[in-house]
Design a protein around this ligand. Structure first.
Ligand SMILES: [Zn+2]
Length: 204
């Protein structure tokens, strides 16, 4: 049997296995950064730059990128194009790091075969913010969790933690946000190892 670098917990092992499959498909080395923009075309997704959207008034553009910017990260249009591809629009003001996680989630929905719900679901999250989703809650969790695992795989993450790298260094390596690396450290139960490694240096 081939030894697989998998985190504890059945759900997280499943996410990791799917994520490793995505990385294999993208032919990316085990410790290398995954570029979701390369993977997007294999998922039949067309990423449209925000600036390419015509017909938005300056005022609406200002609203979406200014005061309302935190309320949307991006998403795929539920109706495909005639050739089967689907359009994804990403919020450019969130920066490349956050955009990678958003796009990777959309890719995961496609590769995991999720079917969008017929009605958009709008509800409040635990922090009381209004969130909307296009898939069942379990599918949203799986797409986000699997996408995060594809961007920050467990085996490489553990290796870098044992080498003493900080979450910021690891984030730069994988071209994701530090928050995403810390989320991965927690869900893969590497957090206490990480904390112990950095308890002297004052890094958090
Ligand atoms: Zn989603």
């Amino acid at each position: 049997m081939i030894h697989q670098d998998l985190p504890p917990g059945e759900k997280w092992r499943q996410y990791e296995l799917h994520a490793l499959g995505f990385r294999d498909f993208a032919r990316v080395r085990p410790t290398a950064a995954l570029d979701p923009f390369r993977l997007a075309k294999f998922a039949n997704l067309v990423v449209i730059e925000f600036d390419q959207i015509k017909g938005l008034s300056a005022k609406n553009r200002e609203h979406l990128l200014g005061s309302a910017s935190e309320q949307w990260s991006g998403g795929a249009c539920s109706r495909p194009l005639p050739d089967g591809r689907r359009i994804v629009i990403l919020n450019p003001s969130h920066g490349r790091m956050r955009t990678h996680a958003t796009l990777m989630e959309e890719i995961s929905h496609v590769f995991l075969g999720h079917q969008p719900t017929k009605l958009k679901i709008v509800e409040e999250d635990a922090q009381g913010r209004t969130v909307s989703r296009d898939y069942r809650k379990a599918d949203e969790d799986a797409a986000y969790g699997t996408g995060a695992a594809a961007l920050v795989p467990f085996g490489a993450l553990r290796k870098f933690v044992l080498e003493g790298q900080t979450s910021l260094q690891i984030a730069r390596h994988f071209r994701v946000s530090r928050e995403l690396v810390e989320y991965r450290l927690k869900v893969t139960r590497l957090w206490s190892t990480y904390k112990t490694a950095h308890s002297d240096s004052g890094a958090s």
